[in-house]
Every structure is written in C-alpha cells, then in structure tokens.
Design a protein around this ligand. Structure first.
Ligand SMILES: NC(=O)c1ccc[n+]([C@@H]2O[C@H](COP(=O)([O-])OP(=O)(O)OC[C@H]3O[C@@H](n4cnc5c(N)ncnc54)[C@H](O)[C@@H]3O)[C@@H](O)[C@H]2O)c1
Length: 246
C-alpha cells in the first residue's frame, strides 16, 4: 500500500536515527512531504539524499522554542501548510531516584515534556489556518506502568499522555487530532545504552513476543494516526510493544 499520506506535510522531531528515521522513511514512501528535525547533520543529509526530495532535514533541538519557530517557518515558506507533527525525540536517564542530579532531571523534562509542548504550541496556528491536522506524541510504557530507576523519564512520559489528552479535547472541535504512540522495547540506541548495555537482552526477556521491536515496526501506527484513516481517532493511544503492557 502506498499513498496514504499523499499531499500531507509532516514535521517529525528526532528523525536522524532509531524509530524516528524509520518513521521518516515510511511517511515519505506513503507520499508525505517530510520535514524532519535532528542534531546530526551528516545523518540528516544521508537520509535526505536517500529519499530523493520527499524529506528535508532541519536542525532542531526540541528544547529551544526558537528552533521550533524556525522549523515551522521553513515548512510554511516551502509548502504553505502543516498537516502532521510527530513529537518523537526523547531520551532517558536510568538512575536511582536519590541520585538523579538537578541537571539530569531538568534535561529529561526539557526534552521529553517541554519539547512536546513546544512542538504542539508552534503547529496549532498553521494547522488551524489550513483546516486541521494530526499530532502524534511519543510516550513510553514508563508513562503508564512502574519502572525502577526511571523517575524523571516516567514523569515526563506520563506528562506527554496528560498533555495529549488535554490538547485533544481542546482542539477536537477545530479539526486537530492529538494522539499518543507508546512503543515498547525497540532496538535503538536508546535501548542499547540502557540497563548498563543490557537493554536489548532485558527488553526481549520481559516482552511476551520474546523479542524487541525493530524500528520499522513503529512506523505503521504513526502513518495510521497521521492519515485520514484515523479521522475519528483523537485523545487516545496506540501501543506497539509485543504484549509488554498486556
Ligand atoms: N527504544 C525504546 O525501547 C523506547 C521505548 C519507549 C519509548 N521510546 C521513545 O521513542 C522515541 C524514539 O526513541 P528511539 O528509541 O528511536 O531512540 P534513539 O536514541 O535512537 O532516538 C532518539 C532521537 O531523539 C533525538 N533527541 C534527543 N534529544 C533531543 C533534543 N534535545 N532535540 C532534538 N532531538 C533530540 C536523538 O538525537 C535521536 O535522534 C523517544 O521519545 C523515546 O523516549 C523508546
């Protein structure tokens, strides 16, 4: 199947590797014009070149509102509309509660929580101007289920779910849908660097399907939530976790 995002302009944060990169590639294959943010220009250019004009890399630190304003302005100058936003960028700090520093707490909240807020805030105006849109915010099982040594990340990911529901209700009558995507354990750098380098093995052990997800397996849910196939879906979440939260 192709063309499910034909004529849609979509922004995505954290698109130069991991699940974000896989989502950029599938969105482009489905016909979207993708503007993907990141902090690795080399990887961004390589993905751009591979997707032949369907995707544009822009530098985006999600914690900086000026960066968001520049990305939105770029999308509007080039395409004149924004139909979708995927707030995918994120990172965690695995550490006992009593050892989390002020700086680690602030960084985790800034990227995972404030970054999502800033992205939503900046696209609402352009989306309203073109009659609506779809926002997908990436949370985590840590936002819905207890995990040790993940207090800051759990706080931020639970906030993503709360913000998404509130925004969905506020914007539902104006044509903007807001939903959450919850990935379980996926084979990305984030997981590989967690649990003292044992993240992949640990993730597979606790996942009923007996393996971690591949980044490509995150992209179908994102395409669905951005497409018109989900036109009556808002304020909810889709989980892809091999049964982990079941
Ligand atoms: N991999 C998993 O097991 C897992 C599980 C649950 C949730 N998640 C979530 O999925 C999303 C994607 O993560 P991933 O697994 O692909 O990991 P990843 O580490 O491969 O990718 C994360 C991306 O976010 C970007 N990023 C981090 N801080 C940023 C900032 N300040 N500004 C812009 N970009 C920034 C990174 O550069 C990277 O491109 C994240 O929100 C993460 O919290 C991942």
């Amino acid at each position: 199947m192709a063309g499910r995002l034909e004529n849609k302009v979509v922004l995505l944060s954290g698109g130069t590797r991991g699940m974000g990169e896989a989502q950029v590639r599938m969105m482009a294959a489905e016909g979207a014009q993708v503007i993907f943010g990141g902090r690795d220009g080399g990887a961004g250019s390589a993905i751009e070149a591979a997707l032949g004009g369907r995707a544009t890399y822009v530098r985006l630190d999600v914690t900086k509102s000026d960066d968001w304003k520049a990305v939105v302005a770029h999308a509007m100058d080039r395409f004149g509309r924004i139909d979708g936003l995927v707030n995918n960028a994120g990172f965690g700090v695995t550490r006992p509660l009593a050892e989390i520093s002020d700086e680690e707490w602030a960084d985790v909240i800034a990227v995972n929580q404030t970054g999502v807020f800033l992205g939503m805030r900046e696209v609402v105006g352009p989306m309203l101007a073109s009659g609506g849109g779809s926002i997908v915010n990436v949370a985590s099982p840590a936002g819905v289920k207890a995990h040790g040594n993940l207090v800051a990340y759990s706080a931020a990911k639970a906030a993503v779910i709360g913000m998404s529901r509130a925004a969905a209700k506020e914007l539902a009558g104006q044509g903007i849908r807001v939903n959450v995507f919850i990935p379980g354990y996926f084979a990305t750098r984030l997981l590989m660097e967690s649990s003292k380098g044992q993240g992949l093995e640990r993730g597979a052990q606790v996942t009923p399907m007996g393996r971690v997800g591949q980044p490509e397996e995150s992209a179908g849910a994102i395409v669905y939530l951005l497409s018109d196939e989900s036109s009556f879906v808002t304020g909810t979440q889709i989980t892809a976790d091999g049964g982990y939260t079941a």
